[in-house]
Design a protein around this ligand. Structure first.
Ligand code: EPZ
Length: 419
């Protein structure tokens, strides 16, 4: 297995380019199941979750080509195997997003239960309940979901809780249902905006995009189209925190500030000078240490849970004390004990981390556990005194394209070595 070795203390300076959004690319790739022709996607990131998705679609009978210009050609219009197998689903929970499209296009699906992960039990009751309301029969046995639907019929559906992938699954299912579906209490994340925009380009009729009430008028067919995926707001946010934690100054090109307001507000509150254009974000700490900022995660447009671990690292060496409350996942604290091993003063009280900024962290041998916790450890390693080694780097490769290359471009001393 690979590990990262970081020599802390370098001030990050320079310019990098944002990658395409992982959490947009995944549902859009699965939406190819709905289309009667191929999707041609631009700006999809080269991540292990994308490779897993392509392998899953290929197992189901799809074809894909990675074009020389980086475009991804995906034809899932003639699937021959309506099964999302456990061996792949267990490595990527987002595989549950095959369920809605397969039911809508083929009237049946067999999808492995995704199971939990390091950050929580990750139930899928909202997905299954809503598909039943659209007319599907769902049986769960032997670790699999067996779903059938002669036809899906549009309905008014009220989500008891805001869920990103449940909203995405039902939007996709409703595009080919008979009649109109109205989704109340839908998630509003920018990735849902991106998926819905792509589906409408394919011929779907979705209105209310960007709000928590979505209306989907069922259509007979969806076509393959060319689409460019939006930039990854969490990847960009992570690199901006890397600059803030090292008192540096960086510019991220290809970033869309309007989808990152809550993150940029917190970075400004921490003392960063933020300059935005329509296609870039610059962060400059003017050589100052960050100030501690309170964090309270919530659904979009509130502060994203996917940035909580990164801000825990930032706050651990900030001036002052603060509280970091995680309201979305019950166990998104795997980074806390590892940061404490580096000298951070963090105490977990229920779902709140009480953080007292310390003067400095010391490098240590750490283990990555989940995607964003791993990113948090890299950030801490960048500012810690001495050497930090992070094992199980495959967690990072799920969501960060060539992370060590981008950080090296900014002046970090970081190497990936084979174990
Ligand atoms: C998506 O996960 C993202 N993944 C996550 O990003 C992100 O953290 C999360 O949304 C919240 O923004 C992808 O888009 C692929 P949820 P998702 O359903 O859809 C509960 C990353 O790091 N819930 O919005 O699985 C659930 O337990 C990943 O890139 C139910 O109870 O999250 C949680 O408490 C991590 N029943 C809350 O809702 C359900 O059926 C929100 O989860 C579904 C969810």
């Amino acid at each position: 297995m690979n590990k990262l070795i970081i020599q802390g203390g370098k001030i990050l300076k320079g310019t990098i380019k944002a990658s395409g959004s992982k959490n947009s690319s995944l549902p859009i790739l699965f939406s190819s199941i709905l289309a009667d022709g191929p999707l041609i996607l631009n700006n999809t990131p080269h991540l292990s979750d994308i490779s897993t998705t392509l392998r899953l679609l290929m197992d189901m009978g799809a074809e894909f080509i990675l074009e020389s210009d980086g475009a991804l050609f995906v034809d899932s219009s003639k699937l021959t195997n309506l099964v999302a197998d456990y061996d792949l689903v267990k490595t990527m929970r987002a595989s549950i997003l095959t369920l809605g499209p397969m039911l809508a296009k083929y009237g049946e699906a067999k999808v492995s239960l995704p199971g939990g992960c390091a950050i929580g039990s990750r139930p899928i009751n909202l997905h299954l309940q809503a598909l039943k309301e659209l007319g599907a029969t769902i049986e769960v046995k032997n670790g699999y979901i067996f779903a059938k639907a002669k036809k899906l019929v549009g309905k008014n559906i009220y989500f008891d809780q805001v869920s990103v992938t449940a909203t995405e699954n039902i939007i996709m299912a409703a595009t080919l249902a008979e009649g109109t579906t109205i989704l109340y209490n839908s998630a509003k994340e920018p990735e849902i905006y991106d998926l819905s925009t792509c589906l409408n380009k394919m011929g779907a009729k979705i209105s209310g995009i960007g709000t928590s009430t979505l209306t989907i008028e069922g259509v007979k067919h969806l076509n393959g189209v060319q689409y460019s995926v939006c930039p990854d707001r969490i990847e960009v946010g992570t690199y901006l925190v890397a600059a803030a934690i090292t008192k540096g100054s960086i510019t991220v090109n290809g970033a869309k500030a309007e989808s990152m307001k809550s993150i940029l507000e917190k970075l400004t509150e921490a003392g960063a000078e933020i300059t935005i254009t329509n296609n870039s974000i610059k962060l400059d700490m003017k050589g100052k240490k960050p100030k501690a900022v309170n964090i309270d995660t919530g659904t979009y447009p509130n502060f994203p849970t996917d940035m909580q671990a990164q801000f825990t690292a930032l706050n651990s060496i900030a001036d002052g004390s603060c509280s970091i409350t995680e309201n979305i996942f019950e166990n998104r604290f795997m980074h806390v004990p590892e940061l404490v091993r580096m000298g951070a003063d963090l105490t977990l009280e229920g779902n709140t981390i009480v953080c007292k900024g310390v003067k400095s962290l010391t490098g240590a041998h750490l283990i990555a556990s989940d995607l964003r916790a791993s990113a948090s450890l890299v950030l801490a390693g960048l500012v810690a005194e001495g050497e930090t080694t992070i094992d199980r780097v495959y967690h990072l490769d799920r969501g960060y394209e060539t992370i060590e290359e981008k950080l090296k471009l900014l002046g970090a001393q970081i190497e990936r070595v084979q174990d």
